[in-house]
Design a protein around this ligand. Sequence first.
Ligand code: G3P
Ligand code: CA
Length: 339
Amino acid sequence: MHLTRRAFTAATAALTATPAMAKPVQKPIVIAHRGASGERPEHTLMGYRLAIDQGADFIEPDLVLSMDGVLVVRHENEIGGTTDVASRPEFAARQTVKFIDGEKITGWFAENFTLAELKTLRARERMPDLRPGSAKFDGREPIATFQEVIDLARTESRRVGRTIGLYPEMKHPAFLASIGLPIEARLAAALKSNDLDSASAPVFVQCFEPAALVSFKTLSKARRVQLVGAGSPAMISAQGLKAIAAYADGVGPDWSMVLPTVDGALGPASALVKDAHAAGLLVHPWTVRAENRFLPAKLRRGTSPAEHGDAQAVFHALYAAGVDGVFSDFPAMAVAARS
Ligand code: G3P
Ligand code: CA
């Protein structure tokens, strides 16, 4: 039976309904970070499908904008690192230099291409040396729009018989606003037109920039998560978390802020989960990756940075710390550790 958008939302609301205050969800959610991005090029529909087959509860699209204002799914607005644009002579003259969030970047930028032009490009693995298996899928898929990912989640929910949630991230909102492409209103409109504009919808909207989440709160009822990098410890102090709770439903810290590394091993859990729950916030740390390069020294196995280490230890310790969900490039591992 075909579910309407409204029925889809209503039928799936129970999965992610937020408790009134301070109570973590019963089972931590597994968030497929850019898809099953350890095994397929990030942000591709095939990567999202694989993640869903592996048991992911939510799929994560990072969002930027095309020149004509369409939400497209890329980790950053510079698209040279994850597409074949650098090999396309027709776009050679689009290479340029920009200052994005204080960083000088040379490359090709999504906002300098129309959606039709972006659609001619093909996605590539970002880290082919670390992930040669994923790189075998280079060139197979175009850049996806946010609407295509919403449609995929809906179609896949019917196929697998469970709700697949959406966890979109607004990328570079201050920069995009500075060039006349504010992203908040476009995301709010997209959620609204898909009947996902409610606190009970299977959606979390995330961002590193607090101002964008505060702005988004005025535009949409969808739940919000404040991302926090390891370089911003003040944000996860008890006081900082209370401030976040004024405009967000959850906090998404670097996982090392929940589990500090001590002498190359996982140390005891920090107070972050306890303090966040006390402030009424969910806790969804990012991003657990299996390769040695991303693991503490004592969890590494073998000698190559690309070999997989003991990521299971990280998942188990995060779940034991009481997190409400976890982002991973390897959702199958996150699901296995949860069970
Ligand atoms: O959104 C969670 C995590 O993805 C934040 O880091 O840089 O991978 O988007 P990034
Ligand atoms: Ca992200």
